[in-house]
Design a binder for this molecule. Sequence first.
Ligand code: GTP
Length: 599
Amino acid sequence: ISRDKIRNFSIVAHIDHGKSTLADRLIQVTGGLTEREMTAQVLDSMDIERERGITIKAQTVRLDYTAEDGETYILNLMDTPGHVDFTYEVSRCLNACEGSLLVVDASQGVEAQTLANVYQAIDANHEIVPILNKIDLPAAEPERVKEQIEDVIGIDASDAVEMSAKTGLGVPDVLEAIIKRLPPPKDGDENAPLKASLVDAYYDPYMGVVVIVRIMDGVMKKKQRVKMLKTGASYELDRVGYFRPGRLQDADALYPGEVGFLTASIKEVADCAVGDTITDVKRPCEGALPGFKEVQPVVFCGLFPVDAADFDDLRNAMGKLRLNDASFSWEMESSAALGFGFRCGFLGLLHLEIIQERLSREFDLDLIATAPSVVYEMEMRDGSMIELHNPADMPDVMQIMEIREPWISSTIMTPDEYLGGILKLCQERRGLQTDLSYVGTRAMVKYELPLNEVVFDFYDRLKSISKGYASFDYQVKEHRAEDLVKMSILVNEEPVDALSMLVHRSRAEGRGRAMCERLKDLIPRHQFKIPIQAAIGGKVIARETIAAMRKDVTAKCYGGDASRKRKLLDKQKAGKKRMRQFGKVEIPQEAFVAALKMD
Ligand code: GTP
């Protein structure tokens, strides 16, 4: 097939604007799958993704489309992750194609991630076709949203395609727009040495690691010996071919402009650096493809088994997750309070939540997660620099010259009636406003914020203040020196290392008081009085006391039958499993998470 009949494109959209539904429609209409096979959304394959309706790993699919001009085209749809945590994966994916469909929900309009994603597509020099989805909804306002796309994003939306991915209306127009308005792959030389981009990789239990590649120059053949420039590893290719809906189709070779897969004896996804350049061992290409970037975790937390006997199970489970997610990293950690566990690094908060959820759901593990923490840079008096991933490891303050914390630049879009509350929230979190503008009745406000103030419950607060209407997007910007102190929490005079945190001095007292108050409610009464204190160094800055009480859970089933009593006791016993012993005090697992939510 000639190159001018190939279209490589991605769909960029804000979460929930209908990207996956549109992808399904394109697969269905081009005859890829039957209705029944469509029920499981093909591109979003992981359970949690499906449940949350978010796309995490980039997937791709190759479709044959016979156009109105009678010609058959090959459409390679690259599905991009829709969430800020996965920005780097988005950009790799975009670099593998020439155009983007910009999907905007016609009843919602442009949102924060619409912007973030479309700017990435523009950076990747993409041709962009704006698409207004959900025009079946009574609340759809296509004309207004077109204006908004022009005003806010600055691209021509006069011939935006109006459609409904739900009813199928307008889907043929989308297909025609893809072949008429998006360009074919730019020149690539079939006779040049092989140069291919490693777009993504995933672990398949039957085939091992499957790598998604985009060929730039040369030909990639079965049995060819290739090497990866960054990692230096070399492999003999087992299979090459295309992604068809729900299956892989073998081919003898992949040519310039094509997107496809390869398998070799690659052990884990971590061996494949996304963005790496793949070339021929004997006849290597000159220079790597530009823009390779190491992904760095930005949020860390400790994960510990509730039951110490589960430690090996936890280790095995994490190994399995890592097979499929190279951006998840960890090292062993031991905590005086929590025993043996792992210090884990994540790309962001959503990433953290997903991994935690998968560990407890897929591997049935009861875990305690410590407070999420960002990476602090410590400039030491002896001239060295330390990266601190865990507040519990904080060196002696006398040795520290300066502590720097990561700041983000963020964009928030919201209906203007919620703006006041949102500004207040950002202000409370030490935010610095850098811009405020309006598009109709929607406000777009930009803030610089310390990531530390965002990692706990910023999303939740933003959503509740705006009744779910505000959207948020951020990028980590730089580390800045701030007046940060380590706050310890003492329960019954014993510091609980898992609850210690770095806070800005100006926020320490408020945070300390809030923590003590919450812990007071979260820790059940014991038979003795329990003081709860927040302290900086030796100085107590907040204190609460849990009064003593004898806890008799069966008291309230006055004389009820014995089986009812037993049930209650069993229930309490099960509850015990989720408790940890701190000195003489038992703290329920939930207390750790709940204690860290701030108002
Ligand atoms: P992410 O995977 O998180 O990026 O979301 P998405 O953009 O893929 O959104 P998805 O396709 O999952 O659609 C979100 C919701 O909107 C789903 O409940 C869809 O059924 C619904 N939806 C999608 N397209 C339409 C449409 O044209 N009309 C209506 N009424 N609903 C739609």
